[in-house]
Design a protein around this ligand. Structure first.
Ligand SMILES: Nc1ncnc2c1ncn2[C@@H]1O[C@H](COP(=O)(O)OP(=O)(O)OP(=O)(O)O)[C@@H](O)[C@H]1O
Ligand SMILES: [Mg+2]
Length: 396
């Protein structure tokens, strides 16, 4: 994500405070080089004002050739045109004044955006060819528990597998309480927690070894068996896993916990489509509105957000038009309620496979036709502002 070198401890802490907890503070340039060697997805380095200017320029010159996607951001106590000109010549992308922490966060966000776009367009693969078209990432989220995230995500993945339109993997990001394995009656021998043990050895081949096959043809990366396993999984690892999976699969479906935490935001970063789920009750709608407001704060692109109403036929006295007015966003899909949904789940099959003509199955397939099986013309996922990330409380 972002690596920082600043020899002054207080200065380093304030930089990290501005950039978010997943930014890594390193003790010097040697350590930075070693860090970059083992973190191929590092997007940006920030060099504090205590780092010698010539060392910063040498690093930037080296990285311009060795790692063109890496953004080098330099902090100086005083900035003048001579420094700016020299920095530009050396390949430093941004120079930020020491006390301008908001400016620093914005500079890092710009660099990560550029790095992400560069990697998407020109990242070389073995043999010197350019990277293949990447798989589409579909994340299912609701800030309130029990709205139907696991139901919808397992059904999305099963429907994609049944459609024959491409390979599909489902990732259970509900790391502490995930139940994708139970919903699909899988008997995994590995979970996402095993990726932590592999550390930097984790490549596509190793990751594929952690997946569990379902009889529909979909693959699953399931949540740890032990809820405490969740704590060992970093956001950087989640991003790395998603990036590897979308090189291997045409579709990556992500189930989430009912909390807008850093793992979920990392998944949003990489998503082409985010299905925001709600049911027709005030707590669910209030949480959806809060989610939309939070995503607005971090400038998340609206066009990727698709509001889906689950159990939309519940007669609860709330008019859809009123709900849309309150949310200030359209509901793009409605999935009815059906007793067959839990009955299918209890058999370990998604309803789309068990009963393809059920109104629930029809609504799910229509969503995929409208927003997932479309030409790959949507925007390249961008990075969000890590400085303004907000966590919503887990709410049941
Ligand atoms: N359209 C539907 N019709 C009937 N039952 C449904 C429907 N959607 C979901 N359910 C049922 O609602 C319950 C909660 O669904 P699910 O587990 O998918 O929610 P969740 O959002 O993943 O919950 P959590 O936040 O706990 O992970 C399940 O028993 C599921 O079978
Ligand atoms: Mg769930």
């Amino acid at each position: 994500m972002t690596a920082i070198v600043e020899f002054d401890a207080l200065g380093a802490e304030s930089i990290r405070g501005a950039l978010g907890a997943d930014a890594a503070v390193l003790p010097g340039l040697l350590a930075l080089n070693a860090h970059l060697d083992v973190n191929p997805f590092e997007d940006c380095v920030v060099l504090g004002s205590s780092v010698d200017q010539q060392d910063v320029f040498a690093l930037a010159q080296d990285m311009r050739v060795r790692r063109p996607s890496l953004g080098v951001v330099m902090i100086r106590r005083r900035i003048d045109t001579a420094i700016l000109a020299d920095a530009l010549r050396a390949g430093v992308r941004e120079v930020v004044q020491e006390r301008d922490l908001a400016g620093l966060a914005a500079a890092v966000r710009r660099q990560r955006e550029i790095a992400s776009r560069l990697r998407e367009s020109v990242e070389p693969i073995e043999g010197g060819a350019t990277a293949p078209q990447r798989g589409r990432v579909i994340t299912v989220f609701s800030a309130k528990g029990g709205c139907g995230k696991t139901t919808l995500s397992t059904n999305f993945a099963s429907a994609i597998a049944d459609s024959g339109k491409g390979s599909v993997v489902i990732v259970d990001l509900d790391l502490a309480f995930g139940d994708v394995a139970i919903a699909l009656q899988l008997f995994p021998t590995h979970t996402i927690a095993d990726a932590v043990h592999l550390g930097t050895e984790l490549d596509s081949k190793a990751l594929l070894g952690l997946l569990t096959s379902h009889r529909s043809g979909l693959q699953a990366l399931v949540a740890p068996m032990d809820p405490s396993g969740a704590e060992t999984i970093s956001t950087t690892l989640i991003v790395h896993i998603i990036d590897l999976l979308r090189q291997e699969f045409d579709y990556v479906v992500i189930d989430t916990p009912p909390a807008l935490d850093d793992h979920v935001l990392a998944a949003f970063d990489r998503s082409n489509v985010v299905a925001l789920l709600a049911t027709l009750d005030i707590p669910a709608l209030k949480n959806l509105k809060l989610t939309l407001e939070t995503l607005d704060l971090i400038s998340y692109p609206h066009d990727r957000l698709k509001i889906v109403l689950n159990r939309s036929d519940s007669k609860v006295g709330l008019a859809l038009s009123e709900v849309e007015k309150t949310l200030k966003a359209p509901i793009v899909a409605q999935i009815p309620s059906s007793r067959d949904v839990p009955a299918s789940t209890n058999r370990g099959v998604a309803i789309v496979s068990d009963d393809p003509k059920n109104p629930v199955s029809l609504a799910i397939r229509k969503f995929l036709d409208d927003y997932v099986f479309v030409a790959n013309g949507d925007a390249i996922p961008t990075q969000m502002r890590s400085d303004r990330r907000t966590s919503l409380r887990r709410k049941k």
